[in-house]
Design a protein around this ligand. Structure first.
Ligand SMILES: Cc1cc2nc3c(=O)[nH]c(=O)nc-3n(C[C@H](O)[C@H](O)[C@H](O)COP(=O)(O)OP(=O)(O)OC[C@H]3O[C@@H](n4cnc5c(N)ncnc54)[C@H](O)[C@@H]3O)c2cc1C
Length: 346
């Protein structure tokens, strides 16, 4: 396994512009160089802070840090995640629970991560909550040994089968793409696992159309996202417009595959395109779902539910929230103002 790319973002940075900032766009719709530079500086600052260990140490233990992070992170404990999942369910959405953490350094840590997921699967079954789990292979030892990760994820899928649940294997940077797809296919090939394990495909990768063809031929459920890692132009579309166009093309393939897939995005254009296509092709709303991140575009989450679409919320929790939280700020630095306003209101 090659060493992972430096993890600069978990999610690609996106920004919503204030009216004043929009005014500063050039006529051709491109960022004014000054604004572009300001955004880049802010983004880099948050990314640099996401690696700052003393600040991380302090924040993860401070009451203020926990309060701020609560916008994007459901809490520190399993019980918090379950409460969030129950509350989301009361609002008409399902969830997928992510115990925060990635790139563990020892087999013990990998097994401890898995243990949290085993406890989640039991609790979700016991309380009849509509929630699945999302797992990163590097969180269960992929950097240490592929066999270790395979053994652990296989145990999680066995457990999911036993309690009639589902394991989604998140997609990480391109050094892991092939291994993640191979492992998913191997797991799904066991007849008893069919429909209990699925994977993520990233629209920014050139290879994704082929991956979707291979995965759907085997009946594997896919979450389609744009992609969150920094990838070289040799592997991924560098332009956002090309990623978006590919996203729409791939979503159409998924929607006509006859398999229940997840359309994961907060982008209203992607969502409208999927809705329009489904309507034109008489694809029932119940045969796919939209997926979004906890705390992001809650207005859109609610309106999709009101329109009768299935919506699943990716719900992270755990004490290792700091890097995830900083990446949310890097995606949209305006979130800092939003959080500050909310803090003052309380
Ligand atoms: C459920 C789910 C699971 C995911 N799993 C993976 C995975 O396994 N692997 C992977 O590589 N990526 C994953 N991603 C991340 C994904 O690849 C994108 O990086 C992320 O969703 C942002 O892209 P977007 O589709 O929302 O569109 P963008 O074009 O980035 O954003 C569209 C709009 O969404 C809103 N928005 C986006 N981010 C924020 C934010 N932080 N704060 C406030 N508003 C925001 C803004 O209004 C923005 O204009 C996942 C995303 C979701 C929703």
């Amino acid at each position: 396994m090659p060493s992972p790319l430096p993890k600069v973002f978990f999610f690609r940075p996106t920004f919503r512009l204030s009216a004043q900032m929009q005014h500063r766009l050039c006529e051709n719709g491109q960022f004014h160089p000054d604004l572009h530079q300001t955004m880049s500086i802010l983004r880099s600052a948050f990314i640099a802070l996401s690696h700052h260990q003393p600040l991380r140490h302090f924040s993860e233990r401070s009451a203020l840090g926990r309060r701020l992070s609560s916008r994007f992170v459901a809490g520190m404990e399993i019980e918090d995640a379950l409460r969030a999942a129950q509350s989301l369910q009361n609002q008409g959405t399902s969830s997928t629970l992510d115990s925060l953490g990635e790139n563990v350094g020892t087999p013990d840590q990998a097994r401890r991560s898995a243990d949290i997921y085993h406890r989640l699967l039991d609790a979700v079954a016991g309380r009849k909550i509509n929630a699945t789990i999302s797992v990163k292979l590097t969180q269960i030892g992929m950097d240490l040994s592929r066999d270790l990760a395979a053994e652990i994820v296989s145990g999680l899928v066995d457990h999911a089968v036993a309690v009639d649940n589902f394991v989604r294997i998140d997609m990480e940077g391109s050094p892991y793409t092939q291994a993640t797809i191979d492992l998913t296919r191997t797991l799904h090939a066991k007849p008893e696992n069919r429909g209990h394990v699925g994977v993520v495909v990233q629209a920014y990768l050139y290879r994704s159309a082929e991956d979707i063809a291979a995965l759907t031929a085997e009946g594997i459920r896919i979450r389609l996202c744009k992609g969150a890692y920094q990838e070289p132009p040799a592997l991924a579309f560098p332009q956002k417009s090309d990623v978006d166009a590919n996203y729409v093309r791939l979503a159409e393939k998924l929607l006509t595959s006859g398999i229940y897939h997840g359309i994961a995005t907060h982008d209203p254009n992607m969502i409208d395109a999927a809705k329009r296509f489904a309507r034109e092709k008489f694809i029932d709303k119940s045969s796919f779902e939209f997926q979004m991140l906890y705390g992001i575009r809650r207005d859109l989450q609610r309106s999709l539910v009101a329109e009768g679409y299935n919506v699943r919320i990716y719900t992270p929790f755990g004490s290792e929230w700091y890097p995830y939280f900083m990446r949310r700020l890097a995606e949209r630095p305006a979130n800092v103002l939003f959080l500050a306003r909310n803090l003052l209101k309380r």
